[in-house]
Design a protein around this ligand. Structure first.
Ligand SMILES: NC(=O)c1ccc[n+]([C@@H]2O[C@H](COP(=O)([O-])OP(=O)(O)OC[C@H]3O[C@@H](n4cnc5c(N)ncnc54)[C@H](OP(=O)(O)O)[C@@H]3O)[C@@H](O)[C@H]2O)c1
Length: 279
């Protein structure tokens, strides 16, 4: 497999308007990559495009698309057609949404939105752009899943299942396209200090937030994992140890443990919110 040369590589990043996606975009721009920046908040995408163009002299194209809409992947492809970013050499499947709640409490249309953003549109983007990567025998897919995709997590059942889809898809694709010289890497972070919890009104306690990783570090880890063509890569040592629990314990026991941990965390978050300490 040829080493990755980011200079002038065309990279599409979903969820580039904040958090991990924005950090990946900034770090790749510093290496000379051209960027297609996908998210809903167009003002943020434009500001980021202006910033990387000024700082690094790269081309950056804002692509304001709602990934939960039907046809979002083809809308992205149509938006990029005829631009210097077409077709992307590397796609970073990073955008994501999720909840900490019982599935039975979620609005019904939220179920479709989580699946559409985290799963459907990303799988469609992979389908749209893999043929040109295979033809050029280069490039690849870098997906940001989650530790929650490595085992069932009560109260995050839908989010975890959507990330498990991404893990499974990428792990299979990693082997499917490797002989074409195409990389596929799936990164599974534990908690990361981003807008994710607020944006999704998640219940998180201060202890979890204190342990959360820096998004810049997660971005650096993810880029490095892609460069060495890791298949499923977990950023921190603590998270790597946690990831072994469902492999060692019987499934029923690891599920019970996850239920207990989640109940404790949610109770702590609720009591902090009630006493004002969670603000
Ligand atoms: N933070 C964590 O603790 C953590 C842990 C493990 C995994 N992850 C995963 O890491 C990824 C990045 O999350 P983050 O922590 O960086 O959170 P974040 O700061 O909330 O970023 C999420 C990104 O997704 C975009 N997005 C959300 N809904 C979208 C939609 N309907 N259409 C288009 N874009 C949409 C957001 O942009 P707009 O709002 O502008 O559309 C934003 O750019 C996610 O897949 C998340 O599941 C996060």
């Amino acid at each position: 497999m040829k080493p990755v040369e980011w200079n002038r590589t065309r990279v599409l990043v979903t969820g580039a308007s904040s958090g991990i996606g924005r950090e990946i975009a900034l770090q790749l721009a510093a290496e000379g990559a051209s960027l297609a920046l996908v998210a809903r908040r167009e003002d943020r995408l434009r500001a980021l495009a202006t910033e990387v163009e000024a700082d690094h002299g790269v081309t950056a194209v804002p692509v304001p698309v709602d990934l939960s809409e039907p046809g979002a992947a083809t809308a992205i492809r149509d938006h990029l057609a005829g631009t210097p970013l077409d077709p992307p050499d590397v796609i970073v499947l990073n955008a994501g949404i999720g909840d900490t709640a019982e599935l039975a409490e979620l609005p019904v249309d939220r179920v479709g939105a989580v699946v559409d953003v985290n799963v459907r549109t990303h799988a469609e983007l992979a389908r749209l752009y893999l043929p040109s990567m295979i033809e050029r025998r280069a490039g690849g897919i870098l997906a940001i899943a989650s530790m929650a995709g490595l085992q069932p997590v009560p109260y995050m059942a839908l989010y975890g299942a959507s990330k498990a889809f991404l893990v499974s898809l990428c792990e299979a694709l990693h082997h499917e396209v490797r002989d074409y010289g195409v990389r596929v890497t799936c990164v599974c972070p534990g908690p990361v200090r981003t807008d994710f919890f607020d944006a999704n009104a998640m219940k998180v306690d201060s202890e979890l937030l204190a342990k959360a990783s820096d998004p810049g570090n997660v971005a650096t880890f993810a880029i490095d994992a892609f460069e060495r063509n890791g298949s499923v890569s977990i950023p921190t040592f603590a998270a790597r140890v946690m990831s072994w629990i469902p492999r060692i314990l019987p499934r029923w026991l690891s599920g019970r443990l996850a239920l207990r941990v989640m109940r404790q965390r949610m109770r702590a978050a609720e009591s902090e919110a009630a006493s004002g300490r969670g603000d």
